[in-house]
Design a protein around this ligand. Sequence first.
Ligand SMILES: [Zn+2]
Length: 73
Amino acid sequence: MPFVILAIVVIAGIVLLAGRGRLSNRKCKWRKEGLRHGTSSTRWLCMTCRAEAFTWDALPPKECKRDVRPTQL
Ligand SMILES: [Zn+2]
């Protein structure tokens, strides 16, 4: 029954990928980038949507800043 096993593996892979994609869209992975220059706020960089955020309590942001477009200087 090689085809059944192959089908199960493929379906499981699709489900896993879809679940991970949904999860990554909802939950952001924040990476600590150190302290902001001149202040005591912590700089964070989102690994899932490349958003940048700053917090004052040294904790990662609770919501993503992907909708906040950075002002181009
Ligand atoms: Zn994000």
